[in-house]
Design a protein around this ligand. Structure first.
Ligand code: G3I
Length: 541
């Protein structure tokens, strides 16, 4: 395609590269924020108007030769075309405030960007004559109607003396409903001109020879990933098949998915995942049969439709529903799902049993009967109790006690699953080792079932970008964990990540909407520093 002339030919609406559009409004959050081409992060420079080509693949290009091209005023301001100043062509857009309020402008980009692609975002700014100066910022607002985050891409001091370019890289990492580009004052409350806003997909990173996790660790333990149907096609499916030997359906086997109404079983979503695994020689972990979350309300209603109270009749009915559910779901996949998380998250943080409705209504019997029912439904399947934060001494010791009691009573329990939703600072390798060593004394298999390493160490921080230093700390944490797993490979039969790549993780919405990057592959499915830390040194090519 020929490089268009400068000033570019402007059209009435946004210039959008049709081939780069996605069918659904998939737009996402910031992963990496560094300036593109050779311009350092957040750099801005005074530049005289010059002939400069807009790349032919520009996805968005608003030059304001024909109106404001979709830009809207923010904060009580106004936007209108202006010929007083122009970076290219004859027009810019002038943003003005109202009633002393700081003006701002935004452009809706929802549905136009593809998660995992790196985009260069660029805009030229200038103040009207005689304006003493202002600091202006370029940002993205992203999220969902109920929770929209504001991310600063870059900012710069702008004057009336010349055009200043703000540019940055932006990589959407997950699907969201809301995405707008925003230009607004950080300081100063005057008017400003905007021109030649562009969003351009940047070239893919160079390919390197990427080793396979399952080949690297297969002799020690199975390597798995939790997936939904969205991971079963295209590049994600290719990555899954190449890197992983096992899959866990993230949600498709939970009670709400499989038996939303009594005896009305639905297996289409889980079938798709199990069929994919079977066709590709992969194992399947079944997650999960009995949990206090994602269980339909009807399970806990008495025959009169009222919430069950702890009576003998209700306990019997509840356990009968549970056994019937387990028989149907485990039976459906008999011989095709090798391991089941029979009960999930039954321990409380203080080391007592979690006061779930299961426990309140049926005591420990719900756990015993669940394992017995699962064993009957598929005698060859490995049966696990699955829980989180098991490196924490209180929870660890409670799990030890529970399994010890159950085994002593002959309950058919084969393994302890430690979810391992951890972060870059905790737990320590020594804590992880201590739990593995303690559980080994039970003579039981162990699995890492939901591994991810959050880049946050609290529930409130929000980073505008996941900086390389954080990714380096994450790599160190992953390396430490795999060091422990390898040392204890005689005790562990599988390590499963809770997701395939950073474009799809529960940690983008939990505990609050924020950019996270918890897995070994980035939003573009490329291996991260953590991947190389786990498999060994990155090759030079
Ligand atoms: O299916 C509905 C969809 O119809 C609806 O439009 C959408 C709107 O929010 O919600 C969809 O359901 C969501 C479901 O994931 C599927 O995407 C639920 O709201 C959401 O709560 C659910 O979250 C799952 C969470 O378990 C539920 O507690 C996460 O995907 C899943 O990763 C997470 O997994 C758990 C493990 O099972 C147990 N250990 C912790 C782990 C992380 O929380």
């Amino acid at each position: 395609m020929q490089t268009p002339p400068w000033p570019p030919v402007r059209t009435r609406s946004l210039v959008v590269a049709a081939g780069a559009l996605v069918a659904v409004p998939v737009v996402g959050v910031l992963l990496a924020l560094t300036a593109f081409s050779s311009v350092p992060n957040g750099h801005a420079r005074l530049t005289a108007p010059q002939a400069e080509a807009v790349p032919a693949n520009a996805l968005v290009n608003t030059g304001f030769e024909d109106g404001t091209q979709g830009w809207k005023a923010q904060g009580g301001g106004q936007v209108r075309p202006s010929t007083t100043a122009a970076h290219g062509g004859r027009h810019s857009m002038l943003v003005t405030g109202k009633d002393g309020k700081r003006p701002g402008a935004s452009l809706d980009l929802a549905g136009k960007l593809r998660p995992g692609t790196v985009y260069g975002v660029s805009v030229w700014l200038r103040l009207p004559a005689h304006d003493p100066g202002a600091k202006l910022r370029l940002g993205m607002s992203w999220g969902w109607a109920s929770a929209v985050q504001d991310t600063v891409l870059t900012s710069a001091d702008v004057t009336a003396d010349g055009w200043v370019r703000l540019e940055a890289k932006y990589t959407p990492v997950t699907a969201v409903d809301v995405l707008t580009a925003d230009i607004s004052p950080v300081s100063g409350d005057g008017e400003f001109h905007v021109d030649d806003f562009t969003v351009v997909p940047l070239p893919d990173r160079p390919q390197v020879t990427v080793p396979s996790l399952k080949e690297a660790f297969g002799a020690s333990f199975e390597i798995g990933a939790a997936v939904g149907q969205q991971q079963l096609a295209g590049m994600e499916a290719d990555l899954l098949k190449r890197q992983f030997g096992s899959v866990t359906p993230t949600n498709a086997l939970k009670w709400t998915a499989t038996e939303p109404q009594p005896q009305a079983y639905r297996f289409a979503a889980a079938d798709a995942i199990v069929d994919f695994a079977t066709a590709n020689g992969m194992k399947v972990r079944g997650h999960t049969l009995v949990w206090h979350n994602q269980t339909p309300d009807w399970v806990f209603l008495d025959p009169a439709g009222k919430p069950m109270t702890p009576t003998a009749e209700n306990k019997a009915l509840l356990l009968q529903r549970m056994e019937s559910h387990i028989a149907a779901v485990v039976g459906q996949y008999r011989g095709r799902i090798q391991t089941w998380d029979v009960v999930n998250e039954v321990i409380a943080d203080d080391g007592t049993m979690r006061a779930s409705r299961w426990y309140q209504l049926a005591g420990l019997d719900f756990i015993k009967r669940a394992f017995q029912a699962a064993r009957i439904a598929d005698p060859a399947a490995k049966l696990c109790v699955n829980d989180f934060n098991l490196s924490q001494p209180t929870r660890r010791d409670a799990m030890y006690q529970l399994v010890s009691t159950l085994k002593a009573e002959g309950v058919p329990i084969d393994c302890i699953g430690d979810q391992t939703h951890v972060n870059i600072a905790a737990p320590t390798a020594a804590q992880v080792s201590a739990a593995l060593e303690k559980f080994a004394r039970l003579g039981i298999d162990q699995q890492v079932t939901e591994l991810d390493v959050s880049v946050y160490t609290d529930n409130t921080s929000v980073y505008t970008t996941v900086q390389p230093a954080l990714l380096a700390r994450q790599a160190a944490q992953y390396q430490a964990l795999f060091g422990v797993y390898l040392k204890h490979r005689d005790k562990i039969s599988s390590v499963t990540f809770w997701g395939l790549a950073d474009n799809d993780s529960w940690l983008h919405t939990y505990p609050i909407p924020r950019t996270n990057a918890p897995l070994l592959f980035d939003a573009g499915l490329a291996p991260k520093p953590a991947f190389w830390a786990v498999v060994g040194d990155r090759p030079a090519n």
